[in-house]
Design a protein around this ligand. Structure first.
Ligand code: NAP
Length: 277
């Protein structure tokens, strides 16, 4: 009886206090397989790590093989179940390889985190060239949609799934110097909502997260310069920049059955920066 009660968790006693240490059999993503795009550094890597810690088998990917190998090595050293493959999300053949590699390595797909984004230009919106506009929308919106469309049959084969798009607070309040990027992030919020009716029929939930300013290479222009950094902090109610792992728990929650009645939402992770369309 005692064994039956406690074989799925361990009670540790420190002084007069008891803690329940969760064993691996209780992790909320056990048995799930996740694809995370652009997951060799920054927010994507933190998400891959957290999904792995929560029990998922994770396919890591990004454009450069050396980055993929490094991230996979790092996560495997943490005893997480991961594999990696190169995938530039704008390339249809790379997306197919990502899906096939996930199926052949882990046997299915339950979770897609679409995290990749491009931002080739910085400046007034009316200075945007057509090629920069196309690149932003190709990577940030079109590739996100098509990867989602391409994984849906595999989620259906498992009886359902969960998709999470990584949008941005800029999708709600455009950043003046990042106009087209901001519009692409607004489009992802729209895409999230547009997918709900059809994906719901297949028991697939689709949500988005909207990070505020998170300390990564992508955002270093905002936090490396001391003057800009100080001005930035004044616009964040919590008066600090976020860390990549502060986005990851939310993604794990949205991907899990704890969020079983949540779909079509975009959740801010922004230290209090408001987001309303
Ligand atoms: P990051 O630290 O610069 O990491 C970028 C990752 O994306 C790398 O792993 C990179 O690896 C990969 N990558 C770049 N282009 C790719 C492509 N076309 N296909 C596949 N992988 C690609 O960036 P981050 O800040 O974590 O940004 C991640 C997401 O969060 C983006 O969608 C971004 O818009 C969003 N976001 C970030 C912030 C922020 O403050 N950091 C705020 C709001 C939203 P390779 O070079 O090997 O491809």
């Amino acid at each position: 009886m005692f064994t039956k009660l406690f074989n799925s968790s361990v009670i540790a006693r420190v002084g007069r206090t008891s803690f329940r240490l969760m064993s691996s059999s209780l992790r909320k993503l056990d048995g799930k397989v996740a694809i995370v795009t652009a997951s060799t550094e920054g927010i994507g890597l933190a998400i891959a790590r957290r999904l792995g810690q929560d029990g998922a088998k994770v396919m890591v990917s990004s454009r450069k093989l050396t980055n993929v190998d490094k991230a996979v090595q790092e996560l495997k050293a943490e005893k997480l179940t991961v594999a990696g493959t190169v995938c530039h999300v704008s390339k249809a053949e790379d997306r197919q390889k990502l899906i096939q590699a996930t199926l052949s390595t882990f046997g299915g797909i339950d979770i897609l985190v679409s995290n990749a984004a491009a931002n080739p230009c910085f400046g007034p919106i009316l200075d945007t060239t057509e090629s920069a506009w196309d690149k932003i929308f190709e990577t940030n919106v079109k590739a996100a949609f098509f990867l989602c469309k391409e994984v849906v049959p595999h989620m259906e084969a498992r009886g359902g799934g969960s998709v999470v798009f990584v949008s941005s607070y800029a999708g709600y309040t455009p950043i003046e110097s990042l106009g087209p990027y901001s519009v692409s992030k607004t489009a992802l919020i729209g895409l999230t909502k547009a997918l709900v009716p059809q994906l719901s029929q297949s028991n697939i939930r689709v949500n988005a997260i909207a990070p505020g300013v998170i300390k990564t290479k992508f955002s270093e222009a905002f936090w490396k310069n001391e003057t800009l950094h100080d001005m930035l902090l004044q616009s964040i109610p919590m008066r600090r920049i976020g860390e990549p792992q502060e986005c990851a728990g939310l993604v794990s929650f949205l991907a899990s059955d704890d969020a079983s009645y949540i779909t079509g939402e975009c959740v801010m992770v922004s230290g209090g920066i408001a987001g309303r369309l």
